[in-house]
Write a protein of this length. Structure first.
Length: 108
């Protein structure tokens, strides 16, 4: 278990996917350009969801991301956050708001 004060450090935000494409040389990595609103701007996020989702089906969809992770290099590309997805028997299932919210909306 982690203390509640540690949990409060996680900055969860709603984002809107503006661009999505496969990462060359990877079966599962997708490169996403995610709009997090005027306050934060856009972020590039690499996600291992390419076996379950086709890039063109993600454009315009809203997702939940961890916005305050340190950037990480994957296959020579920088990922500037992490999307949230549930593990299921047939691959990851994206966690999404149940209705449209402004890009960058804080998740509590």
């Amino acid at each position: 278990m982690i203390p509640f004060d540690d949990f409060k450090k996680i900055d969860l935000r709603a984002g809107t996917i503006r661009e999505a494409e496969r990462v060359e040389g990877s079966e599962k990595l997708l490169k996403l350009r995610v709009d997090l609103g005027a306050e934060i701007g856009e972020r590039q996020i690499l996600a291992g969801i390419g076996k379950r989702y086709e890039p063109d089906t993600l454009i315009g969809r809203q997702i939940i991301i961890v916005a305050n992770l340190e950037p990480r290099a994957l296959m020579g590309l920088e990922s500037q956050g992490m999307l949230l997805a549930a593990d299921s028997g047939d691959g990851p299932a994206l966690l999404v708001p149940d209705r449209e919210v402004p890009p960058g909306a804080s998740i509590r």
